[in-house]
Design a protein around this ligand. Structure first.
Ligand code: ADP
Length: 244
């Protein structure tokens, strides 16, 4: 379970300060698909990055399976992060490695020997429907295929939690469906997923719960039906009118 308590994040720079997150309180249960929606700049990405401490909160707590993330030692944090995978908008594949070797990479780093890493990577490529691309290089793949390789690579560590930060927003529209299909499959398999997305249809269909964020606040949260069909807050209604 992920518990977020009174989380705030302020960015300070020469040009001023931005309160990216303000007093966020959330609980995300195991096996839950949790959607985060909102306009650009709402704080969605900062929130998801605070979960694995890619971004350090200014105040508040992130508690995962009873462990308070900000109080962990460097070593403990690295250990915790092994069970939390993150998928970004950009795919961050290693261009000089084949698809198979990209998926093998995290396994090799964690000490899995060559043949075992390879057979696990082949299994993972099957899950994302890309076993026939094992020997291709990233440059030979479409955006959708690259993101599916990135998902296979993220699965290699057997994560308990997967964080997705706008996984389809860098893709051409015709590639979005294939990535969402893989994510739906993971959801069916019981993975805990936190998904920042502008794919409202996906959020409606797959998420168990949705939060709508604006100006660093959680404005509204509930089931897809509650938030998307029967929103209560004016800001949510406004947003939905713009995007639907
Ligand atoms: P979203 O994901 O909803 O588009 P973000 O979480 O990326 O929103 O950003 C929330 C706010 O924090 C924005 O005003 C953004 O400009 C600001 N912000 C995000 N990251 C940084 C950073 N590293 N330095 C300064 N400001 C940042």
């Amino acid at each position: 379970m992920i518990e977020i308590r009174e989380l705030s994040k302020t960015f300070s720079s020469a040009s001023g300060t931005v309160e990216a997150l303000r007093d966020i309180n959330l609980q995300i249960n195991d096996g839950e698909i949790f959607g985060i929606i909102g306009l650009s700049g709402a704080g969605k990405s900062t929130l998801v990055r605070c979960i694995n401490l890619l971004e350090r909160p200014t105040s508040g707590q992130v508690i995962i399976d009873g462990k308070e993330m900000t109080s962990l030692s460097r070593r403990e944090l690295l250990e915790m992060r092994r069970s939390i995978s993150m998928i970004f908008q950009g795919f961050n594949l290693l261009e000089q490695r084949s698809v198979l070797r990209n998926v093998c990479f995290p396994l090799e780093i964690s000490g899995v020997k060559g043949p075992a890493a390879k057979s696990r990577a082949v299994e993972l490529l099957k899950i994302v429907g890309l076993e026939d691309k094992a020997n291709a290089y990233p440059a030979q793949l479409s955006g959708g295929q690259k993101q599916r390789v990135a998902i296979a690579r993220a699965l290699a560590m057997n994560p308990d939690i997967m964080l997705f930060d706008e996984p389809t927003s860098a893709l051409d529209p015709e590639m979005v469906g294939e990535v969402l299909a893989v994510m739906k499959e993971l959801a069916r398999g019981g993975m805990t997923m936190v998904v920042v997305t502008h794919e409202i249809g996906f959020a409606r269909e797959v998420a168990n719960r949705i939060v709508f964020m604006d100006g660093g606040y959680i404005v509204e949260q509930g089931t897809p039906d509650e938030v998307l069909k029967h929103p209560k807050e004016a800001r949510t209604i406004d947003f939905l009118n713009k995007v639907l």
